[in-house]
Design a protein around this ligand. Sequence first.
Ligand code: FMN
Ligand code: ATP
Ligand code: MG
Length: 511
Amino acid sequence: MEIDKAIRESDDRWLKTKYNRAIYVIQRALALYSIEEVAFSFNGGKDSTVLLHLLRAGYFLHKREQNCASEDPKDFPIRTIYFESPSAFPEINSFTYDAAANYGMQMDIIRSDFKSGLEALLKSKPIRAIFLGVRMGDPTAVGQEQFSPSSVGWPPFMRVNPILDWSYRDVWAFLLTCKVKYCSLYDQGYTSIGSIHDTVPNALLCNSNSSSSEEKFRPAYLLSDGRLERAGRINKFSSSVCGKSPALSNGLIAGDLHKNRLLTASVIAVGDEILLCTVEDQLGPSLCKKLHSIGWSVSQTTGVQNDVDSVAEVVERRSSASDLVFIYGGIGPLHSDVTLAGVAKAFAVRLAPDEEFEEYLRQVVGDYCPGDRNEMALLPEGITELLHHENLPVPLIKCKNVIVLAATNYTELQTQWDCLIELSRSSGVLAVMKPYVLRSLTTSLSDVATAKPISKLCLEFPDLHISCYRESLYGPLVVSFRGRDQARIELAAEALRKKFEPGAFAEINSS
Ligand SMILES: Cc1cc2nc3c(=O)[nH]c(=O)nc-3n(C[C@H](O)[C@H](O)[C@H](O)COP(=O)(O)O)c2cc1C
Ligand SMILES: Nc1ncnc2c1ncn2[C@@H]1O[C@H](COP(=O)(O)OP(=O)(O)OP(=O)(O)O)[C@@H](O)[C@H]1O
Ligand SMILES: [Mg+2]
């Protein structure tokens, strides 16, 4: 079988892995349902075309197990459905019809909308499962698994998505390795095809050097950044190119808006070694200092064990209680590296392969990964933003208002922090504000004598942080004022002094 042979002979290890996984899904579906009970939803698009050939290979291998495989390219008995629309590209239509003829596909053409078309089809045919070329990153893929029952309100059938975890690169690697025909539009710069009304060639493939006045586009397989696959889909393309989107998902916008707002961050350290005190946590205190230096308050620092539920619980609480959460530790491929799984669980999404992150990891650690996929490239689905900086070999990960730091020591933290600050100037990922002003007074007066007047002072200056602490049980009391407005701090300190005998409070430092 030429497809299976082409992949087996290829030295693209990654493609082989993806192929084997897809074939496994197809074979399980063919074991679960009879051939009359399955259908293939084919529309001539590139993902559909990949699926067509995977189904041909999967069906061949399925029959080979029963010792009755045929090499006839027209032996493709899986019922195929095509929802033909008047606004489909003629090239898509002709490719679809040609493919049906070439591979002996029995194709039902449906000219109504998806839902009512499927309702009618399922009434007249025993179909229980439909193969689709949906991939992660498609707007309709969110929440789907390889086997996903149709949604509520749709007729009941199983959606089977063998290429759900395929990237744009995987699609083109497959089509080119197998040397199969695909719709001609992809050679004219189209990278994802909808209707004639909403699809144009991808501007990122425009040949600016072209001498003719007509625009020329390079083929789809030359698009290097798979995230921009839908850039030619008018209205549907959301410009969330990571780290460059104007208003970021958590709604934080740097600058004037924050001048008078107290922004709070939480810091979470993940690691049994920190809780067991076998390792001293250097990062938490450093991060707090860094946050203060850009005008942020830290509302909580927490240590949590390497356990998904514990991480999820604390992330869920801290992300709703503070403007930003910084989490570090527990990142990597080890059994104890549960931080990203915890973040995903906190936001009720699953971990899904991220092709772009995978590519970065590949450049850093090479092709080696212990299992059949790079577990480190699994990121919380639909909520992850990658923060790129030229000084970072791998981008930082931001999930809603949670920033995941991969740093494990002070030097690494310093690098990642510097990059974050630089990125903040252009993208507003982290509002950089005037640092807080701190002023501290000390007194030998007792708590009983000072408690009430200080409580009153807090009510008079709600815009300041007024905190008290002792360095020993019976030692002097320190009262600290923290805020952005030096004049307000002076006023508050003066108001405190006035509540007591002159000389009761002495200055200890100011910054
Ligand atoms: C065979 C088939 C099954 C589908 N099943 C569902 C479904 O169960 N639930 C759903 O919300 N949409 C379902 N859809 C609709 C798709 O999710 C999506 O809305 C459709 O492909 C339109 O995508 P487009 O607007 O990008 O063209 C199905 C579509 C097809 C072709
Ligand atoms: N008009 C249609 N008829 C039959 N199946 C369809 C139709 N539109 C979408 N599908 C199914 O949904 C899948 C996903 O559609 P999508 O448009 O994302 O992919 P594609 O058309 O194969 O490739 P591209 O992303 O390049 O357009 C298809 O592979 C196909 O299984
Ligand atoms: Mg399409």
